[in-house]
Design a protein around this ligand. Structure first.
Ligand SMILES: *Cc1c(COP(=O)(O)O)cnc(C)c1O
Length: 395
C-alpha cells in the first residue's frame, strides 16, 4: 500500500530541504542588475560570507555547483606541473584531484585507512619527505558524504604547520559549512570550497570559494587561470557585473540573503549544536537497529562520524529496496550508496533546515520500512532517537 501523499521529505546529504522563507524570497521579478537593490543585496552577501567560514579572507561566488567551486579553487591557485597532494577518505577528494590532473597538475593520493579519517601523522610524514617542496596544494574534505567521515581539519592544519610545509591547504566544506564548526583562519586553511545546497539551505546553483591573503598572492602567478573562474577579473569590477563573470544569479542572491538572515538569527554556534543533537539522534537509531550481519556504521570511530551525514552499511539488508520503499511508498528520499558503497549502504543526510518532526519522522519511516521488509533489527531506533531529542529539549 502506498502512503506517500503529503510533502515529500528529502533526507539525503544534499540537496537539503529548502526553507519556505528561502523559496519565497526567490519569487521575484527581474530587477536592474547593474545598480539598486539587487547589487546592494549581493554586496551584503559577499561581505557576510567570510564570517560563515570564520575567515578574514575574501569570498567568491559563482553560478555553479560544488564541482564548479572546486574548479574555481584549482584554476586560480595552481600552475601546470604543480604537484597536488590529495587526502582521500571517501569519494570526493579524489574527484577534486581528478580535476587538478585534467587541468595539468601531477596528483598524488594519500588514502585514509579503510572506514576511517585522514591520519594527520601520515600527512606530516609525507610533507616532511617533500624536502624540495614540490607539493603546491593539499586537498582535503571536511565531511565526505560518501563515507560519512568527519575529518579533523584543525589537526591536519597542525600537521602541515609542524612539517613546515608551504603548500596551500585547501578544504572542501561543501557538506559541512553551516552544519559543523569550521574555523578557516584558526585552522590554517588557505582556501575553502562550499556550495549552496547543503548547510546553506539554498537550491543548488551557487558555488563559493573563500581565499586568504596567501592564496590570493599565489593566485597572481597561477597559470591555470581561465576567464570564467578568474578571481582577478571578479575582483576588478566596480559595476558588479564581473563579480559573477556576467549576469548575476538573481533568484539565488535573494535566496542566499534569506538563508544568511536565518543563519544570523539562529547563530552559527546554535546551528552547530542543533546539528550535533540531530546527528546523535540518528546515531542512536542506527546503534539500536544494529544486529550482527545487519545495519552498522561505515565509520568505525564514533568521534569521526559526521554531524551532517551518516553512512550506514546495510549488511544482509537490501539497501536499494529499503530506499525504494521509503521513497515510492512513504515519501522519504534517502541517499543511496555512492561509488564503492553502491548497493551495500544507504545515507541519511541531517543537514540544514531540520527540526525533530523531520529527523524523527525520517528515522521512524526508515524503521517502518525495515519492519515492512522483515529486516533483522535490534531495538527501536525511533525510540532511541526520541530519547536523545528529549534530553536535548530538557537541556
Ligand atoms: C555535495 C558535495 C560536493 C559537491 O557536489 P555538487 O554536486 O557538485 O554540488 C563536493 N564535496 C562534497 C563533500 C559534497 O558532499
Amino acid at each position: 500500500m502506498k502512503l506517500n501523499q503529503g510533502r515529500m521529505l528529502t533526507s539525503m546529504p544534499g540537496p537539503s530541504v529548502i526553507p519556505d522563507r528561502v523559496l519565497g524570497a526567490m519569487h521575484t521579478a527581474m530587477p536592474n542588475i547593474y545598480k539598486g537593490a539587487l547589487v546592494e543585496t549581493s554586496v551584503s552577501i559577499f561581505d557576510e560570507l567570510p564570517a560563515i567560514a570564520r575567515t578574514a579572507g575574501r569570498a567568491f561566488m559563482a553560478i555553479s555547483n560544488g564541482h564548479g567551486a572546486w574548479e574555481m579553487s584549482l584554476t586560480n591557485t595552481l600552475s601546470r606541473g604543480d604537484t597536488v597532494l590529495v587526502l582521500e577518505s571517501g569519494r570526493f577528494a579524489v574527484g577534486w584531484g581528478d580535476q587538478a590532473r585534467v587541468l595539468g597538475a601531477e596528483v598524488e593520493v594519500l588514502y585514509a585507512p579503510e572506514r576511517g579519517p585522514i591520519d594527520p601523522g601520515a600527512v606530516e610524514e609525507r610533507l616532511r619527505a617533500d624536502t624540495g617542496h614540490k607539493i603546491k596544494a593539499i586537498l582535503a574534505v571536511q565531511v565526505d558524504t560518501a563515507s560519512g567521515v568527519w575529518n579533523d581539519i584543525a589537526a591536519i592544519g597542525r600537521a602541515i604547520k609542524a612539517a613546515g610545509h608551504p603548500a596551500l591547504y585547501m578544504v572542501d566544506s561543501v557538506a559541512s559549512i553551516a552544519c559543523v564548526e569550521y574555523l578557516m583562519d584558526e585552522w590554517g586553511v588557505d582556501v575553502t570550497v562550499g556550495g549552496s545546497q547543503k548547510g546553506l539551505m539554498v537550491p543548488p546553483g551557487l558555488g563559493m570559494v573563500w581565499a586568504n591573503d596567501k592564496a590570493l598572492a599565489v593566485h597572481q602567478n597561477a597559470d591555470m587561470r581561465t576567464p570564467y573562474w578568474d578571481w582577478s577579473a571578479r575582483l576588478s569590477d566596480d559595476a558588479h557585473y564581473m563579480r559573477y563573470c556576467g549576469t548575476a544569479p538573481i533568484q539565488h542572491i535573494y535566496a542566499m540573503r534569506a538563508a544568511l538572515d536565518m543563519i544570523a538569527e539562529e547563530g552559527l554556534e546554535a546551528i552547530w549544536s542543533r546539528h550535533a543533537v540531530f546527528a546523535s539522534a540518528v546515531r542512536a537509531a542506527v546503534e539500536a537497529w544494529h544486529v550482527d550481519g545487519g545495519l552498522e556504521f561505515n565509520i568505525v570511530d564514533p568521534a569521526h562520524r559526521s554531524n551532517s551525514t551518516t553512512t550506514v552499511l546495510s549488511g544482509s539488508i537490501d539497501a536499494e529496496r529499503l530506499c525504494a520503499i521509503c521513497e515510492h511508498d512513504a515519501g522519504l528520499v534517502l541517499g543511496i550508496g555512492l561509488g564503492d558503497f553502491a548497493g551495500r549502504s544507504f545515507r541519511i543526510g541531517h543537514m540544514g533546515h531540520l527540526n525533530p518532526p523531520m529527523v524523527l519522522g525520517t528515522l521512524a519511516t526508515i524503521e517502518a520500512a525495515l519492519h515492512a521488509m522483515k529486516a533483522p533489527i535490534g531495538a527501536s531506533g525511533a525510540a532511541a532517537a526520541a530519547q536523545v531529542v528529549a534530553d536535548a529539549l530538557n537541556s
